[in-house]
Design a protein around this ligand. Structure first.
Ligand code: B12
Ligand code: SF4
Ligand code: SF4
Length: 363
């Protein structure tokens, strides 16, 4: 199909009806940032996220037609997931912090379903099966680069894609398709200016600022989001104290961003509303629940949540770190129980946490 299709207005209406907050259309030309991406991998900044470095997935990132040979257009959609905290738990170490993106239902499913509906709608509009593939954080696609090309926002120094009217608390989704639709103008401005609030606030120094070409650089190995979710082994000792009470993901470099302080508003998607038990839960209660649970129970409990990615042992490992950082003797019984856990990963972090509590008690 190479004939240009023109139903922008009805397409925009459909996208809004589905509840996406904004969108844009990008061309499918090869990535202009592959050199940067390859250097980033060469430096080992991706840590254990091997899926980012697999040869086939790198070349698919560079050229979208390797994923869908007939691709002519990438429709990029974005959906706000922001929810304010109901209580001020950030400085209360007896509470666990889950990143905002993980407090609702799994966005892969929620947005993936909507993209399926959109695909069916497009089929009806053009009167034949549109060749299309949808992605929500699920495939070898440079989603932020596509979103920038589709005019949605700029790359902040925190590496997030930021929209000038909404901030950065949104998910991205992409529908690659063989329909030829005129692309939007790419977003060319950088609205960070001389601000460096995110760089100065990152507890682990994961954000390295812009390189000489203007690309924002992150050493993912130091990012709390990586350490608490993607990293499967032992958390480096020197980084544990910096994680504080963040048991799943991290929002600091977004929370401090002036664009979010000014523009973040609550999501209108009911599925992304914060589940009560994930809004700063009691750290002890969470630890007690997890030590008693097995992996089957964990998967059932977090079946519909992005949290199931960490698995029970990952989340319990993070809870042990948070308990060690809190340093309260109230954690001793649950940590002692974790010393007998079937997972050596959990036992090691529980032992570390008990040591921290001892050190604090003798101070
Ligand atoms: C791997 C990954 C991570 C890793 C690494 C993050 C990173 N900064 O690279 C970790 C686990 C740390 C992570 C954390 C988070 N993630 Co994440 N993650 C991804 C994933 C799967 C791939 C990103 C990637 O390829 N990184 C490698 C770097 C090199 O690529 P990049 O970030 O796209 O950077 C581009 C620019 O640097 C550009 N570039 C190069 N040269 C130049 C020059 C100029 C001038 C410019 C402007 C740009 C530029 O080239 C690169 C490639 O295009 C994407 C989904 C996807 N498929 O894209 C989600 C994604 C980026 N994550 C997302 C989210 C929500 C998060 C968290 C907020 C979750 C949380 N609360 O814990 C945090 C945020 C941390 C942060 N500050 O980035 C969203 C971001 C939405 C947004 N508004 O930006 C995405 C898009 C998922 C989605 N579909 O919604 N994530
Ligand atoms: S998510 Fe947290 S740890 Fe990661 S770069 Fe941002 S502030 Fe630093
Ligand atoms: S905090 Fe400042 S430097 Fe960082 S992304 Fe936001 S505007 Fe840019």
């Amino acid at each position: 199909m190479s004939e240009k299709v023109d139903f922008r207005q009805s397409l925009e209406k459909k996208i809004q009806t589905l509840g996406f907050d904004f969108h844009g259309i990008a061309s499918v030309e090869p990535s202009s940032h592959m050199d940067f991406y390859l250097d980033w991998l060469d430096d080992g900044s991706h840590g254990e996220m091997q899926y980012l470095a697999r040869k086939d997935s790198v070349s698919r990132r560079s050229d979208l037609t390797e994923t869908l040979p007939s691709a002519q257009t990438a429709l990029v959609v974005a959906q706000n997931y922001f929810q304010d905290d109901s209580i001020d738990h950030l400085d209360d170490q007896s509470r666990a912090i889950f990143a905002r993106y993980a407090r609702g239902e799994d966005y892969h499913d929620v947005m993936g379903e909507k993209l399926k509906v959109l695909h069916r709608w497009l089929n009806d509009q053009v009167g034949k099966e549109v060749d299309a593939r949808s992605y929500v954080d699920t495939g070898p696609i440079l989603e932020r680069e596509l979103a920038q090309r589709a005019g949605i926002g700029w790359f902040g120094k925190n590496t997030m894609l930021i929209n000038p009217r909404k901030g950065s608390f949104f998910f991205l989704g992409v529908l690659l398709m063989d329909l030829d639709i005129s692309p939007d103008q790419s977003f060319s401005k950088d609205h960070c200016g001389s601000c460096r609030d995110c760089l100065d606030s990152c507890p682990t120094g994961a954000l390295l600022g812009r390189d000489s070409n203007g690309a924002p650089v992150m050493d993912a190995r130091k990012c709390i989001s990586y350490l608490t979710i993607e990293h499967k082994g032992s958390i480096p000792f020197e980084l544990r104290p910096k994680i504080g009470n963040r048991v799943y993901g991290c929002d600091i470099c977004q929370d401090v961003c002036p664009w979010n302080k000014r523009f973040a508003t609550s999501t209108s998607e009911p599925a992304f509303k914060t589940g009560e038990e994930l809004d700063g839960p009691d750290l002890l209660d969470l630890g007690e629940e997890l030590v008693k649970m097995d992996e089957v129970g964990f998967q059932a409990r977090y079946r519909k949540s992005p949290i199931n990615r960490a698995k029970r042992k990952g989340l319990l490992r993070n809870v042990c770190v948070a308990m060690g950082n809190w340093g309260s003797s109230e954690c001793i019984p649950v940590l002692r129980r974790a010393l007998d856990d079937p997972e050596s990963l959990v036992r090691e972090h529980a032992a570390w946490a008990l040591e921290q509590i001892n050190i604090k008690a003798s101070d």
